[in-house]
Design a protein around this ligand. Structure first.
Ligand code: DON
Length: 321
């Protein structure tokens, strides 16, 4: 097929944008009636969101945007942040440090598992579960927590090609109820894999999870990974091109938590979810598909977003394998 995301590099035939638009509309219509799952409520603020919100957006590496549904609603990116802090640390410390200090094995256990810390040889598992992400955040350089936070927000914004801000209500709600993440950070400290003050690391991690983005901005963050680290709107190279394949590889094996294997089998696309209801999937060299809808399943992945992206991936035949 000759749709945008499926088009072979350097194909002389113009991509079929109309077909892509139709497939997005079909996906939205097909899954809008699905009311399974429920909005995450262990972070109280997340339970207040309208569960019917549903947006899908594709951004291509050359900056074309295709949208359907509630793509302008801003939600917290939650665990999707983990990918971008990983990118910061890989740029800062190199590829080997990720394996030495963090690890890259799926845990096969829930994203906030303490059992995984006890069982995995690296303790932190990988940078995309809570333990690994908090350890990743603890590796950030900076003079003060404030400076590190500004760096995080500036980096995420550069990836989106848009100025992003924190959703304070979500941050405060999570900060008041995140005893489990605080316990995880302390446990990692006891195992020697917390690389800075655990309280600071958890606070920065909680802030990064509370960064707001809408579906279009999320798709743009994904498109930056699809375009070897260069944001398609600003043309700024934000992530070192050498690091991108390694980041995508961790997303493929670990990005959808204990559902990552099945997700990879079904879609063949590196992706990352967040309990805020967002998912972004990357089609390397082509673009990214983002979807958002608040009801999540037991693994913490948005039901409609994962179904929509799986449907689009199948229709376009963009499984990378
Ligand atoms: O630490 C937490 O529990 C949340 N800030 C993020 C978890 C998350 O997004 C897991 N997702 N699918």
């Amino acid at each position: 097929s000759n749709t945008v995301l499926a088009q072979k590099a350097k194909s002389p035939v113009a991509p079929d944008y109309e077909r892509l638009e139709q497939i997005l509309k079909d996906a939205h219509q097909k899954f809008a009636a699905d009311k399974s799952g429920s909005p995450a409520d262990y972070i109280p603020e997340l339970a207040k969101v309208d569960p019917e919100l549903f947006g899908i957006c594709v951004v291509t590496v050359d900056g074309k945007v295709f949208s359907v549904g509630d793509v302008n609603h801003t939600f917290s990116i939650q665990s999707i942040s983990k990918v971008y802090t990983l990118a910061m640390i890989m740029d800062q410390m190199g590829q080997q440090a990720i394996l030495d200090k963090l690890g890259a094995e799926p845990t096969g256990l829930p994203f906030n598992s303490v059992t995984a810390i006890e069982q995995q040889p690296t303790r932190v598992g990988n940078p995309l579960v809570n333990a690994g992400a908090i350890a990743t955040t603890s590796l950030l350089d900076g003079e003060s927590e404030k400076e590190k936070w500004e760096e995080i927000l500036a980096f995420y914004s550069a990836c989106a090609g848009n100025e992003l801000t924190i959703l304070n209500d979500v941050y405060e709600s999570e900060a008041a109820t995140n005893g489990r993440n605080q316990a995880i950070a302390r446990l990692l400290q006891a195992y020697g894999v917390m690389y800075n003050d655990p309280e600071e690391a958890v606070d920065l991690y909680t802030k990064q999870c509370s960064v707001g983005a809408n579906t279009e901005q999320l798709a743009a963050m994904g498109a930056t990974l699809a375009a070897d680290g260069t944001n398609p709107f600003t043309g700024e190279n934000v992530i070192s091109p050498d690091n991108v394949p390694h980041i995508l590889s961790i997303m493929l094996s670990c990005g959808m938590y204990d559902y990552s294997g099945t997700w990879s089998y079904i879609t063949g696309l590196p992706a990352k979810s967040g309990v805020g209801g967002g998912i972004v999937a990357i089609v390397p060299g082509k673009g990214a598909i983002a979807a958002f809808s608040p009801r999540v399943d037991a693994a913490g992945n948005s039901v409609r977003a994962q179904k929509a992206i799986a449907y689009i991936s199948k229709q376009l035949q963009i499984n990378i394998f």
